[in-house]
Ligand binder design. Structure first.
Ligand code: MG
Length: 163
């Protein structure tokens, strides 16, 4: 089942994540971070499986492409003001990055919100790197998107373990 044909939109979303320095392994580690306290003997492979399922969703792929596109344009200083500065400096009152992330969290129900809020505060693993403003890169949208994918995958995992 894992070697089924990946559709072009999903392919593009996966490529862009990778190009921006985010691997499936990174997101898998976030899911493990969120879920290992609640599941005895949780395996990385199961975390990865749930990340892969989340990435199959069209709304998730669209959120990835939209967010990364805006991050890249801001990095290249190609947006119009005042949006250029707002996104480039990741202004805290902007909030549209979090709204795009919500479209991902919504996919697997409301427990995703709790996971997202927690991981967004803690910023473990790749999220810390994406928030490092000294890099010169802009990940205003991507950090929320990656946190949201991990939160959605965690919800999916929790639901599937209950069944
Ligand atoms: Mg952000």
């Amino acid at each position: 089942m894992e070697n089924k044909k990946i559709k072009p939109l999903e392919q593009k979303a996966r490529e862009w994540l990778e190009q921006r320095g985010v691997t499936i392994q990174h997101i898998t580690e976030l899911v493990y971070y969120l879920q290992s306290p609640y599941h005895e003997n949780l395996e990385m492979e199961e975390c990865k499986y749930n990340v892969e399922r989340v990435l199959e969703k069209r709304e998730v792929q669209n959120a990835i492409l939209t967010g990364i596109q805006l991050d890249m344009l801001a990095e290249q200083k190609k947006l119009e003001e005042p949006l250029q500065t707002t996104i480039a400096i990741d202004e805290s009152l902007y909030g549209v990055d979090e709204i795009i992330a919500l479209s991902i969290i919504n996919v697997y129900g409301s427990i995703g919100f709790t996971n997202y809020g927690y991981i967004d505060k803690q910023k473990p693993g790749i999220l810390k790197k994406l928030n490092d403003k000294s890099s010169g890169e802009c990940h205003t949208f991507l950090d929320d998107i990656v946190g949201a994918i991990a939160a959605a995958a965690s919800s999916r995992l929790a639901h599937s373990q209950e069944e």
